[in-house]
Structure formats: C-alpha cells, structure tokens
Write a protein that binds this ligand. Sequence first.
Ligand code: LMR
Length: 396
Amino acid sequence: MFEALEPLSPDPILGLMAAFREDARAQKIDLGVGVYRDEAGDTPIMKCVGEAEQRRFASETTKSYIGPPGTPEFNDVARALMFGAGHAVLRDKRVAGVQTPGGCGALRVGAELIKRARPATTIWVSSPTWANHVPLLGNAGLAIQEYAYYAKASHSLDADGMLAALAEVPAGDVVLLHGCCHNPSGVDLKAEHWHAVARLANERGFTPFIDLAYQGLGDGIEEDAAGVRILGEACPELIVASSYSKNFGLYRERVGALQIVSPSTQQTAIVQSQLGSVVRGIYSMPPAHGAAIVEIVMNDEALRASWVDELNGMRERINGLRDLLAERLGAATGQDFGFIREQRGMFSFLGISPAQVQRLKDEFGIYMVDSSRINVAGVNGANVDYFVDAMRQVLV
Ligand code: LMR
C-alpha cells in the first residue's frame, strides 16, 4: 500500500534543526526554529516551571484520564490570561474552551470545528504567514486564501492593502490574524488596526481567528493580548488559539488552548459540547503534565511573580538584541536594518535572497529559513561579530 507514496523533502523549519545538528563547524549559528535561547545559546527550563514540576511530582496521585476538554482549572487560567480579569466575555460567560496539545492542536481543533459548522468556509491568512498554518488548517478540508500584510520594500505593515483585502472577504469566511509577534515577519498590528479589523468583521460578517503563540514576548503579557481583547469586545464571535510553548518554555510538553467567544451563553454551551466531540474524534484528550504546570504556576502568587519576571527578562533580551542587530548590521553593511528594532517577537526577515541565505549556510554555517527569517534569540555576545561579518560578506 505505502509504496504508492512519494518521499517528501524535510519540513522548511524543522528540517533546519537536523541540518544544524549535523554541521560539525564550531562557529555555526542556529537562527532557524523559533525556540528562545539565552545568552549562552541554551533553552533552559524556566525556574518557575522546574519548581512547579517538583510540586506536581510530590502531589500527583493518579494518571487517570482528564477528559477531552482538559482540566477546568487550566481552562480558567487560560481564559483569564487571554482576556484579562473583568473582560465582558468572561463576565457574560461567553467563552467556550479546551486545553489542546500545543498551539498547533488548538489551530487544528478550531479548523475542524469550522469545517463542521460551515464546510464551505475559506480561511484567509496573512501574506506571508507561518508555514505550518496552511497544513494545520487546510488539512481539515478548508480552503485557504491570502490577504496582503507585509510590505517587503518598507519591511512594515501594508495596512492599506490588508484593510482593502479584508473589505472583500465574503460573509461566513474566517480571517486568521497573529495576535502579536507575527511569524515570520515580526510586524504587528497596532490598536487602530485591530479596531479597523473589528469594524470590517462586523460589516462583512467574517469571523476573526487569532493565533496568539507568543504572548509576553512582544510588548508585555497584557499588551500582547490587546488585539484579542479588542475583538472580544467588538465582535459577536471570535476564535483564539494560544500556545504555552514559548512563554513557559514548555515546547515539548505540548500545551495550548482553544477559546471561542459566542454571542450568547446558550451558543457557548453548544460550542463547548461540539469542541469536546471534535477532540474525542481526533486525539480523544490532551496530555496532562504541561497544562498542570501552567495551572500550578498561575495559581501560586510567588511562582506567578517569578514567571512574569523570567518572561520579562526573555522579552527584554530579545528587544535588546533587536537594537544591537539594527545598529551592528547597519554599520557593517551600510544598509538600513532599523526595521529590526521596530519589529517584535522572535522573528524578522533579513530581506536577503535565497541564494544569500544558502551562502550563509554553506560558507559560514549560519542557519535560517529560506525566506531569510531569523530567530533573533539565536544571536548572542559570542556569535554576533561572526554573524555581522558574514552578513557583510554576502551583502557587500
Ligand atoms: C517556528 O516558527 O519556528 C516555530 O513556531 C516552531 C515550528 O513548529 O515551526
């Protein structure tokens, strides 16, 4: 049977991890996959997470099933972190939610639910978007189309292009937006854009779907949820997928959440029951460990304070590297890299060609996605000179 299948080339992002591992050069630099790295180049377990794990091991009494939606305690924590205490959708009990295996699980469950509700839905994604959005959503059987987003020449938001495209989205379709730290461009929407999207969603009758995978890594924990909170206030329906991979460093534990805002509590109950059934039909129920860690940290004052502190440190390090790269690359190449300073999150495009990306890999052992997307957190004091000089050589 399987002899009918063709071999596939490696995943454009995950394939870089294997290629980097196999590279024997001492000076190699990994700017590929979106994993936070500290100044030593490591991705350590956050202190609050390590402490919560100790407590969990000491207190866990069973490994019995947790059920398709995950635990109510985790879902309460996820809702509060997303919308902020006192938000209208929480007060009115209009948010259905499930704990999912990572943000990817949330995206897929969301897509499957959309497919059940309205099989002819097209999901509109930004141009460009994270490469895995297309299979995660499209493999559920939904059509995918793009809307204008990133202006290559200015390395910034094509706000007019985006709003013009969204003004043509048919009623009943879904528009996927990155809540913060746009992957791959680092170019985010400001409050005025979120309000404009909300107006268009209501005028046109499309449903916004926000992917918030980097909350806390852009401008701040609350600031990064601004788009979700604005749309939650303004739109009768909203879908939100979130991830705890980056902001808790729980990558391999696969912790995420899908939350759906509906116009009434009756509709919320229907959505909640359908979500449970979608999950049961794909993976039955989510893993427990990572979500339990998030729950322990968020429900303990001291651990939560430690998490906020560590996350702030990660964000400040990334934003400091953005300043450093803008200045050093500009000085070395004579070109303007000031846009890196303005962007947010782990990623920015360098704006170099695929051939130049290939040269960096072949001649210097510097790995990034073919689009020239770099993980800014892969830069550190020990490799920045080497990286900047390699860029000078391929650009000058
Ligand atoms: C990335 O974009 O590098 C991360 O979100 C990791 C992944 O799964 O692609």
